[in-house]
Ligand binder design. Structure first.
Ligand code: FAD
Length: 176
């Protein structure tokens, strides 16, 4: 019998100085994503990571014991602090079924949508239950930085595309 699925949502504050993400992704966040996409598929874990205004907001979905033990190790990571569980619930279906770890950049489009919910800075510690759900839905609807575009682009890789091809691990960067 399949292990029961759970969804854990937490927020934390980064402890590193952000690099200027002209490429679309902070270098340290890129490293975290590389680790996530290498490790999560074999753990059966998927989800999404958002990073904005020095705060992480991450959703982890998968078998309950795997999610708990990954979170126990993530929370000890010195690249962030004040890790706080915002919600933790059993789920029937995954929301982020196609992603080992989707990444949503804090770009102007997402910030504009977030402004409907948050005033000023992104502060997930102040979120109530309905804000957490809205944020999860927003991240589900939003386009990942490395989401394939509908039409193939003939342009050579540049900027964040180069970084993504550097991060991409064949066969492991998508899916759970
Ligand atoms: P690493 O130090 O990355 O690597 C361990 C071993 O793997 C080493 O022997 C190394 O040589 C080898 N290795 C390194 N790179 C490669 C490669 N490209 N190919 C093959 N082998 C390689 N971690 C997750 O796993 N999932 C998450 O969802 C996740 N989310 C995070 C969210 C936040 C906000 C933060 C701060 C961290 C997160 N992390 C996540 C990172 C986590 O805290 C640990 O740092 C990470 O899980 C350690 O991975 P690792 O054991 O593979 O160690």
């Amino acid at each position: 019998m399949e292990s029961p699925l759970c969804q854990l949502v937490y927020a934390s504050q980064s402890t590193f100085a952000s690099s200027d993400p002209k490429s679309g992704i902070d270098l340290e966040v890129g490293r975290i994503l590389g680790q996530s996409r290498r490790n999560n598929p074999r753990l059966g874990i998927g989800g999404v990571l958002y990073y904005g205004d020095g705060h992480f907001f991450q959703v982890l979905e998968g078998p309950r014991s795997a999610v708990q033990s990954l979170y126990d190790s993530i929370r000890q990571d010195p690249r962030h602090c004040n890790s706080t569980v915002l919600s933790h619930a059993m789920i029937k279906d995954r929301v982020f079924g196609d992603w080992s770890m989707k990444y949503i950049p804090a770009d102007p489009a997402v910030k504009a949508q977030l402004r409907q919910y948050c005033h000023g800075r992104f502060d997930p510690f102040a979120f109530d239950q309905s804000m957490i759900e809205r944020m999860v839905n927003l991240l589900n609807r939003s386009q990942s930085l490395d989401q394939p575009e509908p039409a193939p682009s003939p342009a050579p890789a540049s900027g964040w595309r180069k970084i993504w091809s550097w991060l991409r691990l064949p066969g492991l960067d998508r899916g759970v």
